[in-house]
Design a binder for this molecule. Sequence first.
Ligand code: 3PG
Length: 214
Amino acid sequence: MSIIELLAPARVMPILIVRNPDEGVRVAQALYDGGIRVVEITLRTPAAVDAILAIRQAVPALTVGAGTVVTPGQVEAVVAAGAHFGVSPGFSEGLLRAVLASPLPFLPGVMTPSDIICALEFGFSVMKLFPATQAGGIPMLRALAGPFPELRFCPTGGIDARTAPDYLRMPNVICVGGSWLAPEALVAKGDWEAIRSLAAAASALDTNSGSTAH
Ligand code: 3PG
């Protein structure tokens, strides 16, 4: 499946940092129960690859991406773990060559027009804008639509339930990512019900409301 098809059910994509596979499964199940259909498990902990494998088995209807993929070796590892797609906060030529030699659909991270031109040269037309808020948020996305009208973005970084509707109203945004759906404090407490509620609220986000402060 293409990255566009994989992300189609995801208006909001939770970005997770998992401490162990079991906890990852509990969080993923709570998010799924709240209506979330696509998650990103970041490779920021030693447990991440095992967690991807465990979540794929335990919550088979969930689309599971691997995030913070920054080396060619990680591309191989997440393909072996069964990740449906990969995400990176940026990219290098070596990383994209490894991605293109693999079956992994991929969202390279960009923050500047030059990044975008490089990623386009490798054939990517859907990109993660990171860190989106710090890079200029909605005005940045509006400005990028001028020279790059065909591009679609998944902005992440500094987005929350309040600002997500503004991003989702942008014609060049296919989904937003963020860590607000599984806050560390709730995960540490094992408050799966609270995470389910956050997921339900995110799944029901009304893009006609929310902040217009951008
Ligand atoms: C990412 O990887 O995109 C960010 O860690 C998510 O940013 P946030 O924690 O500000 O939502």
